[in-house]
Structures are given as C-alpha cells and as structure tokens.
Design a protein around this ligand. Structure first.
Ligand code: SF4
Length: 232
C-alpha cells in the first residue's frame, strides 16, 4: 500500500475508546474562540510528502489544534512557533499553519506522531501508545526508501521511536542513547546498510516556549542541523 492509503485507513481508526470519546467530546464542547469551527475529531495523519528525507516525530495532536483542523501542528500555539522556523530554513512554503486548506506545504519534510488522536492533558496512556504503534511503524516503513534523518520532538517521541526503529531493522546501540536537545545518533539498517541520523529537539510546546526551554532560535538551529544532515 501507499502512504496515502495508510492515511485514509488511519482516519477511520477507533481502537482507543478513551481517545475516541475525548476527540469527539472536545469537538462538541468547543472553546469559545472556535465556536464556529467544524472540529475534525478523528485521528490526525502525518503531514508532508511521502518521499521526504526528513521525518519529524511529535507526540500527539493538540485538542484544539490538530484535533480541530485535521492537520498536525495546525491551528495551535506549537504550530505558531514551528511553522515560522520551518519556513526560515526552507522546509515550508509559508510561515503559518492555520487550517488544513490554507495552502501551506512542507518541503522535504513529513511530520508524524506516535499517537494520532488527541489525548486528555496531552498524556496518552502506555496502552494507547502501544495501540497506535503499528500505524507509525507502517508509515516509517513506507517512508524508509527516502528517509535520511529522523527528528524527534521531545523525550516522548525519542523513546517511542527507538524501539520501533529497532523492531524495523535499524541497529540501535545498547544501552539506548538518551534524548537531548541537539543529540545525534547514527543508525544503520541491517538489511541493506542504509544510514540515517536521529536528532533530538525539545518539543515546541506552549510550555517549553513560555519557559524559554526552547526558543525560536534554538528550534531554527536544530531544524537547520536536521535539514543539512538530510541533504536539503
Ligand atoms: Fe487509533 Fe491511534 Fe487513535 Fe488509538 S490513538 S484510536 S490507535 S489512531
């Protein structure tokens, strides 16, 4: 199958009862600012071309962001920080991401996540993460022919990604390398010797930005590092 077919199938997934209830509930009880919006309230697929050399892995859609608009990092404070940075380093066609039909496109990068439905408090359970694992595993396998760099947004993404990569044939060092902002690990695929780099970056969450744990400059620098490593 193709990435497009995978995305189409994903949108119908109802495997996690708590998340199905939450994603629909959030759409019913809307925030006042979004009272007129038609919430997506379904799983949010990856965003970006299927032949992207750079694959960004986040956490999960935001309740009033991706869960509202149907596109990753779209219509929420994280996207407001991420898209100007992507645009600055040539990875997005526009510096904003407000709606799934706003015309913004990603260039050489695909953004996906280990959990595709918005969780309460942005905290999926281990069972929910595990239920969603086959979707990410399948997507990464489909993307593999052109992947050169994985960029993990936050420790959660890093820790979700490493076992998936190990189970997909990538040789992951033992003990498993720890997450760090700017951390880099080179991985080789045991089937054919393909090499990719895994890079860590603090998640551009509202909290990390508000506390200046991650500044827009730091984000731009890591995106530039990842783009360079991916040959973009
Ligand atoms: Fe399906 Fe993943 Fe959503 Fe769970 S989180 S319902 S596995 S798409």
């Amino acid at each position: 199958d193709s990435v497009e077919q995978l995305d189409a199938a994903l949108i119908g997934c109802r495997a996690c009862p708590r998340l199905v209830e939450w994603r629909e509930e959030v759409g019913r009880v809307r925030r006042r600012a979004f009272a007129d919006c038609d919430y997506w309230s379904r799983p949010v697929p990856g965003f970006g071309p299927a032949n992207a050399p750079l694959v960004i892995v986040g956490l999960a859609p935001a309740a009033h962001g991706g869960n509202r608009t149907g596109r990753a990092f779209t219509g929420d404070p994280s996207g407001d920080v991420l898209f100007p940075a992507l645009y600055d380093v040539g990875l997005a066609t526009r510096p904003t991401s407000t709606d799934r039909d706003d015309g913004t496109e990603l260039v050489g990068v695909r953004i996906t996540m280990p959990v595709h439905c918005a969780p309460p408090d942005n905290k999926p359970t281990i069972a929910e993460r595990d239920a969603c694992r086959p979707w990410l595993m399948r997507e990464l396998t489909l993307l593999r022919p052109t992947t050169r760099v994985f960029l993990a947004f936050g420790a959660y993404a890093w820790q979700a990604l490493l076992p998936i990569l190990a189970d997909s044939g990538w040789i992951v060092p033992r003990p498993r390398p720890g997450f760090g902002h700017g951390a880099e690990v080179e991985l080789e695929h045991q089937a054919d010797g393909q090499r990719v780099r895994l890079i860590g970056c603090y998640h551009p969450s509202h909290r990390n930005i508000a506390t200046r744990t991650l500044t827009p400059e730091m984000l731009r620098d890591v995106l530039a590092q990842a783009a360079h490593a991916a040959g973009l």
